[in-house]
Write a protein that binds this ligand. Structure first.
Ligand code: AMP
Ligand code: ZN
Length: 461
């Protein structure tokens, strides 16, 4: 079984051959933690979660690293605005990020290093770059000298003028070349800073990822991922720092980039203000529906986020879970992905095709009459779902609006069950007005009660 991935560095799909047989190392740029993540930030998380699941399914021993950037000027500004300490802000928002991503069924990475835990490594790499003639100190800053690297710009394929424009460099008199970028900058007493050979200061953003990837995956590793907005300057600069600090040794071997999540033709971003947080969307729809909507577009294509798309994603999950519900009494065969679902994912993570194959499987399951056939199809539905991070709950939980862990509604399952108990107690006490009031209050929240011989059951409307 061969996995093909589109490698940005080579501008073509390539067979994935790991550095070390049986192992795969993957680094994905994680969030800068100062606020809730928007659904655009979740796109790389979901995309690389599918790749992580696929690599594991193929038998690789995968080390998946996704960093947390917890030192950044946006963090300093947000902490000031909130009147919150930087530590409290980064801990709170990193936790919110992890919770939101878990609600999208994203598995935890093997390592989630925080930039502030790796300052020593950053100082070391910067010192090596200075020593090797690739960086220089100027006015308390340390800058990377782009003219010292012959093939600077190769990853993004930008020419010099584009690089200077794209780097959005502020006019800084201490730069030898306008495209030079910051490795270290001075910190005033009231902002986070660490002692270094260049005075008290803090790292630039790019050096963080060069150092954290090296710490967890080594100098050369297999896959580096992130959104396509990071190709330049962030990833270009990571390549420059890492290769120059290690005498030209290769850095990441496969560069994989997801396309943008868009709103009405524009990239969703904090700065444009055209964003929905994952948190607010989770109050409207189950995490699996958000994930399904995300996966219904190929990861390299732009994805327009719309209410109708989300509704359609939820409806297709309803259909898949209905097929599973019909097989409730069937003991599932081995939970392995169907060959069609697997083949689609092996071809550069073609999730729309994989979802079409999953739907076809549900169609077959609906028609199946033979017991062995039903068992096989149930196993393949569950196995294919697991590879995509879908169908993770029971059909009953799905139709009740999710398990307690990610209930999308305003009442959790436990709260609903407590209300049903209270209604039962009221009926026993012949307080029928109260019992009816409880039923009506639940109905107003979209919870439908059904009284039967075995007691009261409920579902979300
Ligand atoms: P940031 O916190 O802006 O550095 O973004 C964290 C991750 O989310 C990076 O991998 C970005 O490329 C990605 N990202 C941010 N906005 C979008 C978007 N609208 N669509 C897809 N990916 C995005
Ligand atoms: Zn990065």
């Amino acid at each position: 079984m061969t996995l093909y991935l589109y490698n940005t560095a080579k501008r073509q799909k390539e067979e994935f051959v790991p550095l070390e047989p049986g192992k795969a190392g993957m680094y994905v740029c994680g969030p800068t933690v100062y606020d809730f993540a928007h659904i655009g930030n979740a796109r790389p998380v979901v995309v690389f979660d599918v790749l992580y699941r696929l690599l594991r399914h193929l038998g690789f021993d995968v080390t998946y690293v996704r960093n947390i950037t917890d030192v950044d000027d946006k963090i300093i500004t947000a902490a000031r605005e909130n009147g919150e300490s930087i530590e409290a802000l980064t801990l709170r928002t990193a936790k919110a990020f992890q919770d939101d991503m878990a609600a999208l069924n994203a598995l935890s990475p093997t390592f989630e290093p925080r930039a502030t835990e790796h300052i020593g490594g950053m100082i070391e790499m910067i010192a090596a770059l200075i020593e090797k003639g690739h960086a220089y100190e100027a006015s308390g800053h340390v800058l990377f000298d782009v003219t010292s690297m012959a093939d600077y710009g190769a990853l993004s394929g930008r020419n010099r003028d584009e690089m200077i424009a794209g780097a959005r460099v502020e006019v800084a008199p201490y730069k030898k070349d306008p495209a030079d970028f910051i490795l270290w900058k001075p910190s005033d007493a009231d902002v986070p800073g660490w002692d270094s050979p260049w005075g008290r200061g803090r790292p630039g953003w790019h050096i963080e990822c060069s150092v954290m990837s090296k710490a967890k995956l080594g100098v050369t590793f297999d896959i580096h991922g992130g959104g396509r907005d990071l190709i330049f300057p962030h990833h270009e600069n990571e390549v420059a720092q890492s290769r120059c600090a290690h005498d030209g040794a290769p850095f990441a071997r496969y560069w994989v980039h997801n396309g943008f999540l868009m709103v009405e033709g524009k990239k969703m971003s904090k700065s444009l203000g055209n964003f929905y947080t994952v948190r607010e969307l989770l109050a409207e729809a189950p995490g699996e529906a958000l994930r399904m909507n995300m996966l219904s577009t190929h990861y390299r294509q732009p994805l327009d986020w719309t209410a109708s798309g989300l509704k359609a994603a939820k409806a297709s999950l309803d259909r898949l879970y209905t097929a599973l519900q019909k097989l409730a009494e069937v003991e599932a065969g081995p939970a392995v992905p169907s060959p069609e679902v697997l083949a689609a994912l092996l071809d550069d993570l073609n999730t729309p095709q994989a979802l079409a194959a999953l739907n076809a499987l549900a169609g077959e399951a609906n028609k199946a009459t033979d017991a062995a056939e039903k068992a096989r199809l149930k196993g393949e539905l569950l196995g294919s779902g697991a590879l995509l991070g879908l169908l993770a709950m029971s059909a009953d939980d799905w139709f009740r609006g999710g398990s307690d862990a990610n209930a999308g509604g305003c009442l959790s399952n436990a709260e609903i069950e407590a209300e049903i108990e209270a209604r039962l107690a009221a009926r026993k006490a012949k307080d029928f007005a109260r019992a009816d009031a409880i039923r009506d209050a639940l109905a107003a929240k979209g919870i439908i009660l059904e009284d039967g011989p075995g007691g009261t059951t409920w579902k979300r409307a």
